[in-house]
Ligand binder design. Structure first.
Ligand code: FES
Length: 127
């Protein structure tokens, strides 16, 4: 499920860079907290969700305070979400793909099930 369009983020915090205006963006359809969502593709899950207006990615285990991506480079862990059933994925380090099922992460998570332990955990850089 992909469409070609020129994406203009609704959130004023995220503006299109000079020179990138008018560039075609391929939108992808994903699920966020069991709701369908169309987000710009070709970027990290965190960037795609932020561009779509999502501002709450997880809640802290102790106080339940809301968190959203901060560093966008894999250092702060404030962007942890569940992606396709795998908890504690760094949304800023995984490229968004059509059909992904993403859930906000509420509180602490257990280790992933054994079946996921051997699965490759690729990030946006293919590592
Ligand atoms: S935003 Fe900091 S680790 Fe993802």
């Amino acid at each position: 499920m992909t469409t070609q369009s020129t994406h203009t983020p609704a959130h004023t915090l995220f503006k299109v860079l000079p020179g990138a205006e008018g560039a075609a963006v391929t939108n992808v359809a994903i699920w966020f907290n069991d709701q369908p969502l169309t987000v710009p593709g070709g970027r990290s899950v965190a960037a795609a969700l932020l561009a779509a207006g999502v501002s709450r990615f997880r809640a802290t285990p102790v106080s339940g305070a809301p968190r959203a991506p901060f560093c966008m480079m894999g250092a702060c862990f404030d962007c942890l979400v569940e992606i396709d059933g795998v908890p504690s994925r760094q949304a800023c380090m995984v490229e968004v793909k059509a059909g992904m099922r993403i859930r906000s992460q509420e509180g602490a998570r257990d280790l992933p099930p054994v079946s996921f332990a051997d699965a490759p955990m690729e990030n946006a850089h293919g590592r």
